[in-house]
Design a protein around this ligand. Structure first.
Ligand SMILES: [Zn+2]
Ligand SMILES: [Zn+2]
Length: 372
């Protein structure tokens, strides 16, 4: 069983949890998904890969000429200082003044309409962060859920705007021009980065990451490391926790054994998976729902990694919040791993686990392997 420790950090962030005995040790059963080797390129392409191809084609296409300049004069409409969000699910009102959430609130109506206009892809808008009784969040954002036809877990894109959805609709409709809300036109190919981010089609190959990991192995570890918080509060996992499945909406009740995973790890993993930049990693929480996966006895959290050129996503299981942090740090070029209480260690010390969670080979001690 896990022991959970909370830490008070400078009074600002109240409780941070740390799982002993799991976060730094290699987990078992890491290879998953029955995914053999890369290079079997002639399997049927997934919907995500087909979109990646189309995005590539768009990026390579010539920019359109004859673009409209749009309206040159418009009246600015002052936003009212306070506005209500009325939740379509529960009917409750949440009031927003200036500050976090006000921006997302202004996007809701337009985003709802745009989501309706997208039919090639199964997308839905998740507004739950805006409703204080349904979900709520410190900084509420709109989330776009993309339900790829061949993937079990929807891809969730946090912080979508009307512009994003307009780009998506234009791309799916095969247009070459982006028209903004002021009818100002620009080449759609200028937005391929953002589109790739939304669709989750960024092109990172496994070989590329393997080379970067070998580079890390050769890098001198940093010597100045933060010691982290020195006082802890012990927190026991709650007696029980309820899991609400974002895919089917069913509730699954868990006792103390898994309550910590649901109450603490899940939210943290969701946030951290969304924060990973530079490659496509999706949190796979499908095992937590008894209705979606009734056959699973010991549910765990997993990640799905979509490598460029590989027909199937790679499934890594189980993962913990610290694993996702390692991935972010590695992709962000950090040489330091920050533990849950602010305690820092050289990232290079976590290379074996990093290799495992990315489905890579652990680099040999002193041998540099050129990206295969
Ligand atoms: Zn609600
Ligand atoms: Zn479910």
């Amino acid at each position: 069983m896990h022991y959970v420790v909370g830490a008070l950090v400078t009074g600002a962030l109240a409780l941070i949890v740390l799982l002993f005995g799991g976060c730094l040790q290699p987990a078992q059963g890491t290879e998953g998904g029955g995914d053999p080797d890369e290079g079997t390129g002639d399997k049927r392409e997934s919907q995500r890969q087909r979109l990646a191809q189309r995005l590539k084609a768009l990026a390579a296409s010539p920019a359109p000429t004859d673009l409209a300049m749009g309206a040159m004069c418009y009246a600015a409409i002052p936003a009212s200082p306070v506005a209500d969000y009325v939740c379509p699910d529960c009917g409750e009102k949440t009031q927003y003044a200036d500050g976090p959430g006000r921006g997302a609130l202004g996007e809701v109506e337009g985003c709802r309409r745009l989501v309706e206009e997208i039919d090639e892809l199964d997308v839905s808008l998740d507004e739950s962060e805006l409703c204080a009784s349904c979900g709520g969040a410190e900084k509420p954002q709109l989330i776009l859920a993309i339900h790829y036809e061949d993937e079990d877990t929807p891809r969730r894109v946090r912080g979508v705007t009307q512009r994003d959805l307009r780009l998506l609709r234009e791309f799916l409709d095969g247009e070459k021009v982006h028209t903004d809300s002021q009818d100002f036109e620009s080449p759609l190919k200028d937005y391929t980065d953002r589109l790739a981010e939304i669709l989750g089609t960024r092109q990172v190959t496994r070989a590329n990451l393997q080379a970067r990991l070998a580079e890390l192995a050769q890098t001198e570890p940093p010597t100045e490391l933060a010691p982290g918080a020195m006082c802890y509060e012990i927190a026991m996992p709650p007696e029980r926790a309820e899991y609400i499945c974002p895919t089917c909406g069913e509730r699954t009740l868990y006792g103390q054994e898994l309550a910590g995973l649901i109450e603490w790890d899940l939210e943290s993993c969701r946030r951290r998976a969304e924060a990973i930049e530079g490659m496509d990693v999706t949190l796979d929480e499908s095992e937590l729902c008894r209705s979606c996966t009734p056959e699973i006895e010991d549910p765990t959290l997993a990640i799905l990694i979509h490598y460029a050129g590989e027909p199937e996503p790679l499934r890594i299981d189980p993962v913990q919040p610290a694993d996702l942090k390692l991935i972010s740090e590695f992709l962000g070029g950090s040489l330091v791993h920050e533990g849950e209480t602010g305690f820092e260690t050289p990232l290079v010390d976590h290379m074996d686990r990093l290799a495992e969670v990315l489905g890579l080979d652990a680099p040999a001690e002193t041998v540099v392997e050129e990206g295969a």
